[in-house]
Design a protein around this ligand. Structure first.
Ligand code: ZN
Ligand code: FE
Length: 255
């Protein structure tokens, strides 16, 4: 039986995600930006929280953990402390580990760069990638703790997943990402198509997530820093993918 995934807003622009295994009733929250909207969604679905899968230590991803653990006694899974300590953790995970949520399996990918502790969770049978603040739709996270080569390497791990996987990212930043991406690649047809879709979804008050990974590979310039055509657009002909990625990220920071 396929898992059910719920997408909702937490805080101002974070996504809340619940993934539910109908076979066992297990339900995981991927990150916990804020307890109240997560509890509200659980109640609306009639689900009980069994697990929290944390991606990184930033407050907008762990702020609700203590309260949820108090209410549900759920298991808290998190990466190892590589920068700031994450509290209330029951199980630490590293690259290649597999986390069980009922009968669902999540593969852990270490994706450092945004923070040193950042991990993504991949549910292969559900074709679902929870990338938090590493990969956004038409963008990527800011590089706070790692280096540009480190972040680029993390993005390559996510790009290696199949095209029919769905991207569930940490924030609703898609419209602003599209605006920036069009300054770099005004003629990218896949990006133009995504821009129209995002305008339509936002006008209807709907989230732009999930996004199809295959579409991201064509429309998201941050996933194509190794494409010579992108280097040429940035007047960086012959530069390495890491250099092109760093330039893209710096331009976005200033945009
Ligand atoms: Zn973050
Ligand atoms: Fe965040």
């Amino acid at each position: 039986m396929a898992a059910e995934i719920r997408v909702f807003t937490c805080l101002s622009d974070n996504f809340g995600y619940l993934i539910h295994d109908p076979a066992t009733g297990a339900t995981a929250s991927v990150d916990a930006p804020d307890a109240a909207p997560i509890i509200r969604e659980l109640n609306a679905q009639g689900w009980r929280l069994t697990d929290i899968l944390i991606t990184h230590h930033h407050h907008d991803h762990v702020g609700g953990v203590a309260e949820l653990k108090e209410v549900y006694g759920c298991r808290v899974v998190a990466p190892h402390d590589k920068s700031t300590k994450i509290a209330n953790v029951d199980q630490r995970v590293a690259h290649g580990d597999v986390v069980r949520v009922g009968e669902l399996l999540a593969r852990v990918l270490e994706t450092p760069g945004h923070t040193l502790d950042h991990v993504a969770y991949v549910f292969d049978t559900e074709k679902a990638l929870f990338a938090a603040d590493t990969l956004f739709s038409i963008g990527c996270g800011r590089v706070f703790e790692g280096s540009y080569p480190m972040m680029w390497d993390s993005l390559l791990k996510l790009r290696a997943l199949p095209d029919d996987f769905k991207l569930y990212c940490g924030h609703e930043y898609t419209a602003s990402n599209v605006k920036f991406a069009l300054t770099v690649e005004p003629d990218n047809a896949a990006l133009q198509a995504r821009a129209e879709e995002v305008t339509r979804l936002r006008a209807a008050g709907r989230p732009t997530i999930p996004a199809l990974l295959g579409d991201e590979k064509k429309a998201n310039v941050f996933l194509r820093a190794d494409d010579p055509a992108v280097a040429i657009k940035l007047r960086m002909k012959g530069a390495s993918a890491e250099e092109v990625f760093g330039e893209l990220r710096e331009r976005k920071n200033k945009s």
